[in-house]
Design a protein around this ligand. Structure first.
Ligand SMILES: [Zn+2]
Length: 330
């Protein structure tokens, strides 16, 4: 019997890109080889006794058409995010497949953990609260149009921040931005001696006071020699909003953080869904299958919005996979 022939790119992902360092279920580092599975090794964990292969829990977990997925990921890398309809046509896949694959790729763009330097410029970006894709809601696809202060309670707030080396976009709430949201967004990411350059609204002043940080007003600082840096920051924020409102015709607030991540990875030319970083995240399956629940927790705990009827897809193995709380989308 002749051995099965596998696509070279797929074999290469398993032999050169995927690296097994932890058990995807319990995060233990103790495991051993336990036979083979097609073109790769199978492992068994000494702690939880479960078996797994290098792709377990990653963006290619449970995929039947892995080779087409590779083409799909390369397509996004080369062209950026096209409409799902166009991608279905090019790759000859079903609409739900295109949707799922996009969200698996987005879930594999979880930013690395880091701490900001001494001077952090930050501001909040307002986008209309969108329930695009949720069939139970009237007029769910709101996006664009001029946003004024009167829209405060109907907008999602993404906190954008940057220092000399890193940038971050974090969806903080829907409705009025408060001190507690900023504390959550910056938890573990700000050094005690740092200075925050932001608007002088009460939420920022309260946050700065609570953390005993220094503060400069964004408008005042923009008239000094920091202007170039601040203008670049403002330009980056404008571009993100334009991309979401015009290129993507709005995105649902449920997935906004993941699109923020996509924008950030693209901005720093780090978008590589088949590269070592993204492909070795073994909580992608967990985020992908648990997104509705993660979104419900966000709406009920971080906003004053009422959570509405969930979409009805369910997966059995969601909670089997390990994820650190810092890696959760919100
Ligand atoms: Zn284990």
């Amino acid at each position: 019997m002749s051995p099965e022939v596998y696509d070279k790119r797929l074999v290469n992902l398993y032999s050169s890109v995927l690296e097994v360092t932890h058990c995807p279920y319990c995060n233990s580092q103790k495991f051993y080889r336990h036979g083979r599975y097609k073109y790769t090794e199978r492992y068994r964990c000494c702690s939880c006794k479960r078996t797994f292969i290098p792709s377990t829990g990653t963006s290619i977990h449970y995929l039947k058409k892995k080779v087409v997925f590779i083409e799909y990921a390369e397509d996004i890398k080369n062209r950026g995010l096209d409409t799902l309809r166009a991608m279905c046509k090019r790759l000859k896949i079903a609409p739900l497949t295109a949707f799922d694959w996009r969200h698996k790729i987005l879930a594999s763009l979880s930013p690395e953990e880091f701490t900001f330097g001494r001077e952090v410029i930050c501001d909040d970006l307002w986008l209309r609260f969108s329930r695009k894709g949720r069939k139970e809601v009237d007029n769910p696809r709101k996006h664009g149009g001029k946003i004024t202060l009167a829209d405060d309670k109907n907008c999602s707030k993404t906190v954008s921040s940057t220092d000399e080396t890193a940038s971050m976009f974090r969806l903080a709430t829907v409705g009025k931005l408060r001190e507690k949201h900023l504390l959550k967004v910056f938890c573990g990411r700000i050094k005690p001696e740092s200075k925050i350059i932001s608007s002088s609204r009460n939420c920022y002043l309260g946050f700065v006071k609570k953390m005993s940080l220094n503060h400069d007003d964004l408008k005042v600082a923009n008239k000094t020699k920091k202007a170039i840096k601040i203008n670049r920051f403002i330009g980056m924020n404008k571009d993100l909003k334009l991309w979401i409102n015009h290129k993507l015709c709005g995105v649902s607030t449920k997935y906004l953080q993941q699109y923020n991540n996509f924008y950030l990875f693209s901005l720093f030319r780090r978008f590589d869904p088949l590269g070592k970083y993204s492909l070795n995240l073994r909580f992608v399956w967990r985020i992908f299958t648990d997104m509705e629940n993660i979104y419900r927790n966000f709406i009920t705990q971080q906003t004053t919005e009422v959570y509405s009827v969930p979409t009805k897809r369910k997966w059995k193995t969601t909670y089997d996979y390990y994820i650190s709380s810092l890696k959760m989308p919100y």
